[in-house]
Design a protein around this ligand. Sequence first.
Ligand code: C2E
Ligand code: MG
Ligand code: MG
Length: 889
Amino acid sequence: MTKDITKSDLLNLYGDLTFVVDLIDKKVTNAYNGNEPIKGDFSFADFSDIIAEIFDLQNSFKGKLNRFFSNLNITYEPFTLPLDYVRTNGEPSRIIYKGLKIDDSHVLFSLSASDTSTTSKVDELTKTHNRTFIVEKVKDAVDTNKEFALMILSIDNYDSFNDIYGHMVGDIVLIEAVASIKKTIGNRGYIARIGGAEFLIMIYVENNYDVIHGVCRDIRTSTNDLSIHNIKQIEITTTVGCASYPKDGDNYELLFKKADKALIRGKKKGRDCFIIYTPERCGEVSLEDSVETPTQIFDKMYNVNTNYNVIAGVLEIINRDSNFQKNIEDSISLIGNYFLLDRITLVRLNTENDTIMNTQIWYNPRMPKHVPILKDSWKGAWRDTMDASGMVKVNQVNSNKHLPIYEELKTNKTSSVLAFEMILNGTMFGHIKFEMCSTNRFWQQNDISALMLISKIFAIKLHKEYENNIHYKELFYDRVTDIYNYNKWRNDIYNILENNPFTKYSILEFNIESYRTLKSVIGPAACEKILVLIANKLKELNKNTVMYCRDSDDKFLLFFHHQDEEEINKVFYDMVHYVDANNPVKNAKVTLHAGAYIAEEGEDFTVALDKAILARRQTGISTQLVYFSQKFYEQQQSKTQIELHMRDALKNNEFLLYLQPKINSATGKLVGAEALTRWHFNHEKLLFPNDFIPIFEENGFIEELDYKVFENVCIFQRKIIDSNRRPVPISVNVSRYITDYKKYISKINEIRNKYEIPNWLIEIEITEGMYINNAEIIAEFINMLHKEGYSVSMDDFGAGYSNLSSLATLDFDLIKLDKNFCKNQSGKETTILASIIDLVRNLNMNVLCEGVETQKFADYLKSLGCYIVQGYLYDKPLPEEAFIKKYIK
Ligand code: C2E
Ligand code: MG
Ligand code: MG
């Protein structure tokens, strides 16, 4: 069919210039200027002079023409290609090449200078056959008596939704629609695009109503689930009119008219349906004179705008299975060769931080290579040059010296540039630059829309790639729950706070009570179910007001863009109820604990986060959600300071020995002393045991301290002995958290031996809490201490759960009555005190009362038979020097 178009057809239709190119010998034969034949056999270079003369073009045109012909690689399909030139008067001019391969080595060309505004109104996107092709196939089928159906398919409301979503979306819809229809047709037939959103489909199918019905239905439903979700969620419906051979006619025109009637009928019915032609349903078709004129046939042939062939090519390449990088490389090389560009630069950005991830450059092989200057991430001048759609279009850089990017383009040896940001759903994946270096190019609407569409296709592809990237997923998503992980969550928050440091926000942290135990009981898989349940509930939250993530194990974090306590409570307790109601693990109660913090304006985020976590640690059985309190925070802070510094403090001798005298109230004489520690923290401030002993007991450091105090006492006694003064026994406290008594004893012996202190000069105080539950072990400990020659006191007797029986079973040398006895002096208590003192004396143990502050009470104790007292009445614990000065003779 294509071969039926002759030179004279072209001559009649296009008066400008017609010629035949010999691709093998690289020359021009049979050239006509209008109806005037020009002498044949020109080299391409010679011919360019003639063309330049006819179209009044500048000289630079020659090289371009040469390159154009050298790049020719065409098929039997007709093609058209617009190229831009400059006239001698400097005006831009576009020349449309229409070409047709007439045999293996010859191409017939028609050349015309065109008004640059005449561009095709319909976007021909899809690499589908044209109408002529189908006409031919219909003829063949009728000739060979092969049954078939001819359908016209129209995408419903295409124009209006093209208007709503824009041409880019419309174009993609067409591409995708054709792809899925093609898949349904398979090798049973053909599809051609015959209008904006109208397609002609021919399918070889038995002329049976049911079969045709089935085929129509399949074709229509194939477009129902187009995968264009990356762009917009759009419902596509189609209307189909169908006629068939031989039932409805034996020539294309008749069958087309009947299918068209059926289509019109379907449209009248309200679209979204298919109609199989019957005269009753659709009306009779009269075959008026409808034979197309040669001009019409020619126009139809050239209806395919070849720009879209290259788009189809790009789509095909980019969707290949091979390496994505390679697909991009091949695509840009196709584009470059096709549009006769000099350079294409595709820059991929790291969407997280707008930095360059990867750059791919294609050069026209004939061009000298210039290293392109890629200004940092397309910012600054490039952005200033862009229009709202993210496009930069510059023709003739040299005449546009005011351009912000002029300098860069000039150094880049660029004459014209067309560039696009590749943006999808607000995310920028990169940018692409199409450049001409040696010649100017006048970017025409056709090129622009084609290249813009290609950029969009890249953006879609990069977006898909980005979404599918497992590496990316692992970086930002929690594997188990598929919600953000901590890093992603924190980064997002940093971004928000960086842009607006005074954002008002709150933080909530929650976890599962005794998660590790739960995990060991119900197993990790069941635990994961609970985590997923929690995540699913989180996913229901409004993302505009709260950002959430799984931190680690059972910990979840929520960032609220507000400080509404009620709302925070609601979110947490909704979660609690939800988990209760939907707990997938039977017999395992899941209890959540949460801490919340309402941040101060401009407060450091990590500090705020710590505060929420601290608050969560304060939750208990009755309180599942606790808000951060400043007092608790300060305690925690000083605890941290203490723990950070305690080891150095031990080395730096910051633990000071204070001694409190034990006095015989009958004589007023010193009988001993108790060693009580003070911590000269950093040699700055004095800390009392209450500030640090509980912390040491918790973290185990107490053992180190006790040895240190013991050593300090030994050093002290050594000093007294060496200065020939009279030492008295000093008692030291053993922490109730010491459990390895053998080790304790061998350690203190070692110290005592080192300083050669007689064992009667040291007493050991054991507190009541220590033996409450393990009297036997303590009895053993006391025995061991006695064996080593130490005397042993029971400290704080009567403070906690007084255990009178322990007095009888444990072999103490001295009972120290707790200072509480001095405070409460009601009738009952004095009776108890009297009987305890009596009991102790009867058991042959000594008795001392601590915390004696008044002479009156000391006298009273004396009257009960308790002579030894320790308390503020005589002295507070004194620094060793003060103690020596006052008491040691
Ligand atoms: P404790 O062993 O029962 O020591 C007696 C506490 O009562 C001391 O408090 C002492 O200062 C205080 N005290 C003495 N006289 C009076 C008084 O008349 N009125 C009042 N209200 N209090 C009086 P401190 O020094 O604060 O020690 C508290 C506790 O810390 C001690 O109770 C002891 O259990 C522990 N502790 C102190 N130093 C050490 C140590 O080196 N090692 C161990 N493991 N514990 C120590
Ligand atoms: Mg004590
Ligand atoms: Mg005590």
